[in-house]
Ligand binder design. Structure first.
Ligand SMILES: CC(=O)SCCNC(=O)CCNC(=O)[C@H](O)C(C)(C)COP(=O)(O)OP(=O)(O)OC[C@H]1O[C@@H](n2cnc3c(N)ncnc32)[C@H](O)[C@@H]1OP(=O)(O)O
Ligand SMILES: CC(C)C(=O)C(=O)O
Ligand SMILES: [Mg+2]
Length: 516
């Protein structure tokens, strides 16, 4: 069977989803989980975008050993130099350089002629090869490009040293029946096509990213798929990694391909990305949604009881849904707790971290009779209550609401090294908490979204709150979890403020170099 290269771009294209901005620590955590998942390439970011992204790629490069670490760069000298520097320490490294090839992008965005675009692409690939032998070239908006021109630029990019050629459906315009044929057509036109691995990168604007990607593989002969966890990504998102991987695994008769993915890590990875970004996974999402393996109707339940394969084409445990063998509660000990952490694929680095989480677990178990996997995940989710080098931290909360009275909140929080108390009245309990925090922080941020999910199904569930703030054109999500949703809201707000603090506009500008 042929090998299908899985290129994960959760940390780059996924981060382009408004609100999905990740801190360096969060990126490192996700990268380590992606390595555990077995992805071949981790696109860790866009080194020239900011100092923060550069440093995150650098850290990921020094920690990840199995997967190739990649940085995106425009076909711009300075971008490529930054990418080259950022991935220098990686055991396996790739530079991914791109330029748009469709008439609309070349004329209206780049203001370049097709000849200038080819020249720029060739120069970029040659420069990238000075940093690594593994260079990917992408023809942005390939699916709306003229096939003859696209074939020409791909041929030149391969001659210049590109080892992977990626043909993206940048705006999600492609149709599955035609897209595979389009890829095959371009490959056939390129005389040196066998010198590179062909790749596809599809967006989900019309809900066809997975279908288009698989058509690119099956009909077009692509052997690299670019995708993201939970389909996160620019606008409507990218092709979902878990969907393409399980399609290939479930239908080997058809695809005749294999991947290096350890599919048991799919659900833990999905949960980690969801908790870090604050983008909940819809219950009916394929593979990783809470209902993906649930049977609610009698005829289906009857069938599954008699033989699971009547209604299941995959096994839940093969994609990482854990079977509750041990029920965790306040009487559980460290060993059972540790085992569940391992089963859930939660990346813990030290015994100290486990012990601290165990104390939080015991505290939670005192408040809840049954502890679910989601509760355990939430103990490790970044929130305002965990130090994680955050500028602000949540300490405690005193909130009062009485019928006929204005709700009041007093919040104790950390700022830098010290502790402060701040208070305010609001229209409701949550409003009072946010106003209390703002009375001190004065961030000037606008609250764009507030949502609460009960992450386990009962009235004593943990409340998982997402707060989206925008400030000076930056959009961030903060996540907070707590059995008390008012405290969860305070934690989420503080987590969002920390992200705004880290996504410093000064940082965002350093390294941003104008196109020559
Ligand atoms: C399809 C995709 O997903 S592409 C990746 C999108 N991701 C991002 O843009 C995130 C990171 N981006 C950034 O941080 C910034 O846009 C930077 C640092 C790359 C550039 O910032 P700035 O120099 O301020 O330029 P700005 O973003 O306003 O405009 C982009 C410029 O790059 C040019 N450009 C765009 N793509 C390319 C390319 N692939 N190769 C060369 N030039 C390009 C544009 O024509 C424009 O040039 P102009 O300034 O001469 O008009
Ligand atoms: C940079 C490229 C690969 C991209 O993200 C796109 O075209 O969608
Ligand atoms: Mg994209």
């Amino acid at each position: 069977m042929d090998q299908l290269v899985i290129f994960d771009t959760t940390l780059r294209d996924g981060e382009q989803s408004p609100g999905a901005t990740m801190t360096g620590d969060e990126k490192v955590r996700i990268a380590q989980q992606l390595e555990r998942l077995g992805v071949d390439v981790i696109e860790a970011g866009f080194a020239a975008a900011s100092v923060g992204d550069f440093l995150a790629i650098q850290r990921i490069s020094s920690l990840v050993k199995e997967s190739t670490v990649c940085s995106l760069s425009r076909a711009v000298e300075r971008d490529i130099e930054r990418a080259g520097e950022a991935i220098k320490g990686a055991a396996r490294k790739r530079i991914h350089t791109f330029i748009a090839t469709s008439p609309i992008h070349m004329e209206m965005k780049l203001h370049m002629t097709p000849d200038q675009v080819v020249e720029r692409a060739v120069k970029a690939v040659k420069l990238a090869r000075e940093y690594t032998d593994d260079v990917e070239f992408s023809a942005e908006d390939a699916s709306r490009s003229d096939p003859a021109f696209l074939a020409r630029i791909c041929e030149e990019a391969i001659k210049a040293g590109a080892t992977t050629i990626n043909l993206p459906d940048t705006v999600g315009y492609a149709i599955p029946e035609l897209f595979g044929q389009f890829i095959l057509d371009i490959r056939t036109r390129v005389p040196n096509s066998d010198k590179a691995i062909w790749s596809v990168h599809c967006h989900d604007d019309l809900g066809m990213a997975t279908a288009n990607s698989l058509s690119g593989v099956l009909v077009g002969g692509a052997r690299q798929l670019e995708c993201t966890i939970n389909g996160l990504g620019e606008r409507a998102g990218n092709c979902a990694l878990e969907e393409v991987v399980m399609a290939v695994k479930t239908r080997p008769d058809y695809f005749k391909l294999e991947t290096r993915i350890n599919t048991k890590e799919l659900v833990p990875t999905s949960k980690l990305v969801s908790s870090v970004t604050g983008f909940p996974v819809q219950p009916n999402k394929a593979i990783v949604g809470a209902n993906a393996f649930a049977h609610a109707s009698g005829i289906h339940q009857d069938g599954v009881i008699k033989a699971r394969q009547t209604y299941e084409i995959m096994r839940a445990e093969d994609v990482g849904w854990s079977k509750d063998r041990i029920v965790l509660g306040k009487l559980s000990g460290r060993n059972a707790f540790k085992q569940r952490i391992q089963e859930l694929g939660i990346p813990v680095t030290s015994e100290v971290e486990i012990n601290e989480a165990f104390l939080r677990f015991k505290d939670l178990a005192d408040k809840k009779s049954e502890i679910f996997d989601e509760d355990i995940q939430s103990l490790f989710a970044p929130s305002g209550s965990h130090p994680m080098n955050n500028y602000y931290g949540f300490v405690s909360l005193d909130q009062k609401s009485e019928t006929g009275e204005r709700p009041h909140a007093k919040v104790v929080m950390t700022e830098g090294g010290g502790e402060i108390t701040t208070e305010a009245y609001g229209n409701g309990p949550i409003d009072a908490v946010f106003k209390a925090i703002e009375a001190h922080v004065k961030s000037g941020a606008r609250l764009d979204l507030y949502s609460v999910n009960a992450i386990t199904g009962t009235s004593e569930a943990i409340g998982d709150v997402v707060v989206r703030l925008s400030c000076d054109g930056r959009v961030v999500n903060g996540v907070g979890a707590d059995p008390d949703i008012i405290a969860a809201s305070a934690k989420a707000y503080i987590a969002a403020l920390n992200k705004l603090k880290k996504a410093d506009p000064v940082n965002a500008q350093i390294g941003a170099v104008p196109t020559p």
